[in-house]
Ligand binder design. Structure first.
Ligand SMILES: *[C@@H]1O[C@H](CO)[C@@H](O)[C@H](O)[C@H]1NC(C)=O
Ligand SMILES: *[C@@H]1O[C@H](CO)[C@@H](O)[C@H](O)[C@H]1NC(C)=O
Ligand SMILES: *[C@@H]1O[C@H](CO)[C@@H](O)[C@H](O)[C@H]1NC(C)=O
Ligand SMILES: *[C@@H]1O[C@H](CO)[C@@H](O)[C@H](O)[C@H]1NC(C)=O
Ligand SMILES: *[C@@H]1O[C@H](CO)[C@@H](O)[C@H](O)[C@H]1NC(C)=O
Length: 345
């Protein structure tokens, strides 16, 4: 029994000696594949290492045969990524990248005033080409601006033939009788369109009414429009409170509606007052009456301190209130000193 076993065992050993040992699954090489891939190989069996798509090695493929020792030879294969052509510069734009190797993606943006013609990113392919093709940054253009209703183009100088470039401007003007709402100037934007267009609307103003004690003149037309003018005046002894000329505004009303105010009679016989910072004799200065709105300062006495101070008053529509502190002397009381001759407090 024993001898039979021994014989069988020797036969087995003999077989191994002739056949050699099997090789194990070979070590992984980064970015490479091995064919055929098995868990073990008989001596004499061949394997081929090759780089995965997108990777290359200097020496190309590596072919090995499983030796009788059962140990694969040292494999120096190195697979490195393919490198796509340099794409680090984009005229009028910026490229964002880490490397230009497979399988990286790079991205693009254009400077203000330029727009991307192409895609915003590209990938380095297995073949070492950029896909899709690299874009270019093309100048932003705006078509001629649309002209709003009731407007005309006043200034439009497209800087590229019939089209405008980023930041070009155009200026509109409204037709007569029309007022502009919005900005008269539009600008070519980064989006290739224009900033918001203004609006022109017809604006009418009511006929201005005649002021009491005065008159108004305006164009003899059935309708008064934006920018039409009216002039006001007053009858004698009345003065205009407001501007002489007014204009029909874009709000459809008049820039002002002045009125006529009566001038003031001076009720004191004699006084020196301050008028526009000067000492003047009130009767001489305002011989023809004092205009509505005029201001004067009367001198008053401070009896205790024996000095003078001033108090201001204003002509309001025919009435000049004399300050209460002002004392008019009888012309007979020539020995009394007038307040305006007393030293100021
Ligand atoms: C974009 O590029 C293509 C190809 O280069 C060209 O035919 C096309 O006119 C360009 N478009 C613009 C808006 O520049
Ligand atoms: C601009 O437009 C006009 C009228 O549409 C045309 O006759 C002219 O050739 C254009 N000019 C350019 C430079 O495109
Ligand atoms: C009108 O727009 C221009 C530029 O588009 C700007 O410079 C200007 O200040 C604007 N005017 C008004 C009144 O908003
Ligand atoms: C211009 O185009 C941009 C982007 O399409 C849009 O958001 C904007 O509202 C447009 N501007 C005007 C004034 O139409
Ligand atoms: C004109 O009308 C507008 C709006 O109705 C108003 O704000 C403005 O004060 C008016 N102007 C005058 C001078 O009355």
């Amino acid at each position: 029994m024993i001898s039979l076993g021994l014989v069988l065992f020797s036969t087995f050993l003999c077989h191994i000696a002739i056949a050699g040992r099997t090789c194990p699954k070979p070590d992984d090489v980064p970015f490479a594949v091995v064919a055929p891939l098995k868990t073990f190989y008989d001596p004499g069996e061949q394997i081929v290492f090759s780089c995965k798509p997108g990777y290359v090695s200097r020496g190309g493929m590596r072919r090995f045969t499983c030796p009788l020792t059962g140990m694969w030879p040292i494999n120096t294969l190195k697979c490195t990524p393919r490198v796509c052509p340099f794409a680090g510069i984009l005229e009028n734009g910026v490229v964002r990248y880490t490397t230009f190797e497979y399988p990286n993606t790079i991205s693009f943006t254009c400077n203000a005033g330029f727009s991307l013609n192409g895609t915003s990113s590209a990938k380095c392919t297995e073949e070492g080409r950029w896909s899709p093709q690299l874009p270019v940054c093309a100048p932003v253009t705006c078509p001629p601006p649309p002209v709003p209703k009731f407007a005309t183009l006043k200034i439009h100088k497209p800087s590229a033939g019939n089209t405008s470039l980023y930041r070009d401007t155009a200026v509109f003007e409204c037709l007569p009788h029309h007022a502009m709402f919005g900005n008269d100037t539009v600008t070519c934007t980064t989006h290739g369109n224009w900033t918001e267009l203004p609006e022109c609307r017809e604006v009418k103003c009511p006929f201005p009414s005649r002021p009491d004690n005065g008159f108004v003149n305006y164009p003899a037309k059935p309708v008064l429009f934006y920018k039409d003018k009216a002039t006001f005046g007053c009858h004698e002894t009345y003065n205009l409170d407001g501007p002489e000329e007014v204009e029909c505004t874009k709000m459809g009303n008049w820039s002002a509606l002045p009125s006529c105010k009566a001038s003031c009679k001076i009720s004191v016989k004699k006084a020196t007052v301050l008028y526009l910072g000067e000492r003047v004799k009130i009767q001489e200065q305002f011989k023809n009456g004092m205009k509505h709105g005029d201001k004067v300062s009367f001198f008053c006495k401070n009896k205790e301190k024996k000095c003078s101070y001033t108090e201001e008053t204003q002509c309001i529509d025919g009435t000049l209130e004399i300050p209460k502190c002002f004392k008019e002397h009888s012309s007979l009381a020539f020995w009394k000193t007038d307040a305006w001759d007393v030293k100021p407090c």
